[in-house]
Ligand binder design. Sequence first.
Ligand code: AMP
Ligand code: ZN
Length: 474
Amino acid sequence: MALKLFNTLTRSVQEFAPLDPTGKTVGMYCCGPTVYDFAHIGNWRTFVFADLVRRSLEFSGYSVRHVMNITDVEDKIIKGVRENKTTLREFTAKFETAFLDDLKALNCQTPHVIPRATEYIAEIISLIEKLVARGIAYKAADGSVYFSITKYQGCGCNYGQLLKLNFDEMRAGERVSSDEYEKESVADFALWKARVPGDGDVFWPSPFGEGRPGWHIECSAMSMKVLGESFDLHLGGEDLKFPHHEDEIAQSEGATGKPFVKYWMHGAFLLVEGKKMSKSLGNYFTLRDLLAKGFAAREVRYLLLTAYYRETFNFTLDGLAGAKSALARIDECVSKLREVGRDALPRVQADQHVSPTSLVEQFSAAISEDLNISAAWGAVFEWVRETNTKLANNSLSATAAAANLAAWEKVDSVLGIGVKTETEVPPEILALAEARTAAKQAKDFKKSDAIRDELKAKGWVIEDTPKGIKLKKL
Ligand code: AMP
Ligand code: ZN
């Protein structure tokens, strides 16, 4: 089934067709974290969305080369280095490690290449040199090098590809030096920022003088170095459309004269309890905050994946509690399928002739429609309901159970929520369970019931199955 995705560049849902003439490989670049703090749950919405895109492409048969940079030098980082009286590397390393740990905890596939901006300074400088040589960039009186929007337009290039900009509001000759600015201030932006005392030790030599790169040029240089001057897919949160991505297009196309990226995808923002996240409102959560509250990373991933990526999502702690019970339903079903179908699974997986189950078909149809995740979850929960009924009637053969299990694993290769691993049973609980079995065998039902109640009080339920007892954590 052809994968259709919404392309911000064309403002339409398009059938995905990579640049690769063989139609097999896809180059995908996702703007990575700015490592000046721990990533918050809003950031994670975007990274989980990027992971969904990668997994959906792989599910559709593409071989994806996934690149996600680490922004380890920009304005907020310099401020952090200064305030903490530390070095750039020491300051960013802590947040970079935390980010990569959280990325794993959320079961996001590790990108194939994770370039750090500070390791691409030579590429950044040579890209700026190209722009200067083409007359599109210039050195200003403050010693910094700026991108000239007027000169770029003069070369027949289009500034404002991802969103409509009102150039009548532009004031000629105006320029911005900070990395972040609003679209009301469309202006020449900094490519190379001349060293100032506040930068401390953070500067590099360059043909334009000592200084450091602007944030936007970093992504142009890294993405083109790793994926080539034109590549398939570029992603980020919706706030990056302007100025970051617009500037990336301008710098890249201005330097190469070639189309930079074929498909642009943007994830909508996450709100918390209906509001913008902010530390002062107390609704600012990192993944670590949520884990400390007793939630599991897969519950967070599940919740973030319940919303369609182009719609704002309202994150609530109640929603996260709901995620726990939704996942428990899936876990229970899959664990029963394992019991019934485990032995037949290798045979079913090896059999090329097993036709895809309706779960895979429906899921795949949903994902193909611009990642219609509500329909995808709809297919999953309908399957859980039907499968539970069949399991309850004992009407699933081992082969059918294995086929369902294989279908779930296929679907989960996109969702990536996995299945809860069996909780380890503490020896004390095991001993109680064995004592209960012994009491039952001795027909001392009063004692066996009392032990069952004791187990319950300790948070465990005991179930008698044809294959013996089963202990489950409440
Ligand atoms: P940053 O580390 O600030 O560069 O942001 C990393 C990614 O998180 C970017 O793609 C942002 O667009 C995205 N992002 C930031 N805040 C939110 C939010 N509240 N909801 C969704 N994505 C966000
Ligand atoms: Zn970027």
